[in-house]
Design a protein around this ligand. Sequence first.
Ligand code: AMP
Length: 319
Amino acid sequence: MKKVIVSGIQPTGEMHIGNYLGAVKNWVDLQNDAQYDRFFFIPDWHSMTIDYEPATKQRLIKNLVRDLLALGIDPKKSTLFVQSHIPEHLELCWNFLTVTPMSELEKMTQFKDKAAKHVENVNVGLFTYPVLMAADILMYKSMIVPAGEDQVQHVELARVIAKKFNNKFGTTFPEPKAMLTEVPRVMSLTESNKKMSKSGGDKSCVFVADSPDIIATKIRKAVTDEQGVQNLLELVKLFDVSTLTYAHLKKDFDAGALKNVELKDTLAELIAAAFADFRNRKEEISDAEVAAVLETGRARARAIAQQTMEEVRIKTGLR
Ligand code: AMP
């Protein structure tokens, strides 16, 4: 039997290189491994837990799907869908809410961080977000969740929930584990000790769809305190396919002779080159193609979700 992989990316803005290096690059790489059955989705319900403009949501979702397709997610190899197209996720979430101790949710650092950041909108959805995420993962009986470091605690909670459900109602779900990339935490350009995040503002992130000029402008303005320089050098290492450029800059850095402008201009060129093909491919993807891919993904995901929910309704005594 194939091992199931589930992972998602929220439609809250442009995809940045943290999302790419921390998660999406791994999704693409995992597509060539026959031992896995892959489900990638856009958690639009999750994205409602922070303030947003309803009129922009569909554009953000379609844009993200075009990003994923242009970066190499292949709908023939992976099931790509939108969370809210599968209503069973909410039904499973309700079941999980009834087995999740409040104290487990109170431990979640992402809730504490987001609650501190959005003081005017600390809603119950933000608090229960990890339970919906457990439903997203366990609906497809996934054991592997390729994600960035910020999601590890949530995946651990999904294990706790799977265990509690299984103990109460009989073995139904596997206990999933997070799968990290070699760069589970890409740092912000403007605050060198914080992770790159859409909520940190445009200047703090390089978006995968940024033009070479914009990439150069953003990188030129990146902070160059001790940690900032380390972060930029680390990015050079990640984007330098040849490894020669990195070796050269690292040698200068170790000798105390590396100029920040050389570091920055080199990095900007490497990032722009890494996404050149992506930018061209993205332009060719039509709305009709996006709609067709999402419909195929919806049909496959829904069929599995319906099976899982039938099993859950029987085990919980509701049928
Ligand atoms: P989100 O945009 O919050 O839905 O995140 C999508 C994926 O990107 C998740 O797997 C995150 O863990 C990952 N991610 C987000 N920000 C970063 C970052 N700065 N470094 C590495 N991974 C990240």
